[in-house]
Design a protein around this ligand. Sequence first.
Ligand code: GDP
Length: 628
Amino acid sequence: MRKGRKSKRAKRQEFESMQAPSAGGVRLPRGNGETIKLARGASLTDFADKIGANPASLVQVLFHLGEMVTNTQSVSDEILELLGSEMNYVVQVVSPEEEDRELLDSFSISYGEDAGGEDDLVVRPPVVTVMGHVDHGKTRLLDTIRKENVMGGEAGGITQHIGAYQVVTELEGYERPITFIDTPGHEAFTAMRARGAKSTDIAVIVVAADDGVMPQTVEAINHAQAADVPVVVAVNKIDKEGANPDKIRQQLTEYNLVAEEYGGDTMFVDISAKQGTNIDQLLEAILLTADASLDLRANPNMEAQGVAIEAHLDRGRGPVATVLVQRGTLRVGDSIVAGDASGRVRRMFDEHGEDITEAYPSRPVAVVGFTSVPGAGDTFLVVDEDRVARQIADRRRARERNAELASRRKRVSLEDLDAALKETNQLNLIIKGDNSGTVEALEDALMKIEVGDDVELRVIHRGVGGITEGDINLAIADNVIVLGFNVRAEGKATELANREGVEIRYYSVIYQAIDEIEQALKGMLKPEYEEAVLGHAEVRQVFRSSRFGSIAGCLVMDGIIRRNAKARLLRDSVVVAENLSINSLRRVKDDVVEVREGFECGLTLGNFNDIKDGDMIETYELREKPRA
Ligand code: GDP
């Protein structure tokens, strides 16, 4: 071969290496280091679409890199990046928020900023969330605050639950409103935060003075501190015997909440939600904390933006969503989009059930006019035209459908190739509930159930309202359970479910739902076995038989020796042979089923003949292990 010229083969190899990365020799398109943007939770098919490749080849490459995924399955950021670098692309994983910003950009809309400058901003009321341990009095406190204010104010009538309300309190001669989010607990708070919607300015942490700091108290504090939200502590139930408000102050110092009277900067107010004691002081403390640590201002002169707090389907009015205006002014007639729901504001009413035509920053209002039910925690914004609202909603819905599988899917353990392929150990759920807050809280809680890697829980559909035939149709596949939370099946849905064998379960208590689903998941786990030693027999003498091989004459030292039991052979305490079984068992001349401690017996270990005097035979059985 002449020097300077490459052989055909070498050339081909070079060409191939240009074409294809090393991974398993699978031929792939090769990039020039260009950047590919992929949504978080994209699948290999999404990736392949972007670079004009065959999805199957990407599956193969990943397989060779040790990852077993199907082409439609969502994969992690790391895998997308790894795959990208394998093919000489720079993969940029775009978060849902970024993606949404780009979507809004394409309509020349900016979300989240007050238009104009400093001069356009006016003071707005603080928005408060009440959090704390169960039974410490959150609900009672929210009720008391609402009632007291109704008495004092002129509105008079019965208040409705719309998910938030505003009360007015006097501070230093000024009437100051405060907005309370009326869903106690941190589920709503975290659900909103998870979507990047910051709805709360101040957290009131309720601690029962007769109980003290409890796990959910700590969780609530952590959430507030992580979100950088100032805290006011309401020490509740001071009317009760054994109430020890000082102990609460003491305990909370551990969590960086040091009372003002102890030289810290957190306001503590001793209250009784039941008797209405010191409620005014609590409201005052909220305002003082807001004034001291926050600059709460917004521009009311722009198209309204904010967050949906709660939404449900009303029989008469259709979808009703309570939104919290965060900037701008919301007016009847506005074109609005919240998450993937759009519409036009036909009517707005407040917590007294009274119609209002304009809602300013920090005002919660129930909005009638959406064509579908938005999710709790969805951001909303007003746009110029209905058409734009609809387009944004459509695009978000399409994107969500893609991303849905991603976030809702627990990882199938890849070691278990069979399971990954067959996807048998999978429980699919459809969740329907009376409002989006509970549906989300339930879903979040369910996804947190830990039963190990080999069982997967997926929520394939969720929504607000009764269980419809559509839901059942969706459920007509293996392993789909429909959960109805405070809702029932509508129309012919029950009939259809019965006919098709779809299981519907109704709940009104979240914990019960979680318990039962956890049990169901555990039921799907393959049984685990543990070994139980039955007994030991020492070999005293070995007989060689041409017909039976080695027959061991033994003395049962402890327990029992049972015919057909599993056995192992120990010699000087070392296991010489495993996975044996007691093939025949005799006492004197009779075949027996078992022989007890202290008796002699003769036994054979099937084809295993290497038995010596002094060996120990241990027998055991495998018992199914109860799941914890
Ligand atoms: P949540 O789980 O934190 O919402 O707690 P609830 O508001 O449902 O209250 C739990 C229980 O404590 C209820 O029976 C309330 O009536 C009671 N409770 C709440 N606040 C007080 C209080 O200030 N004093 C007394 N004695 N009981 C209270």
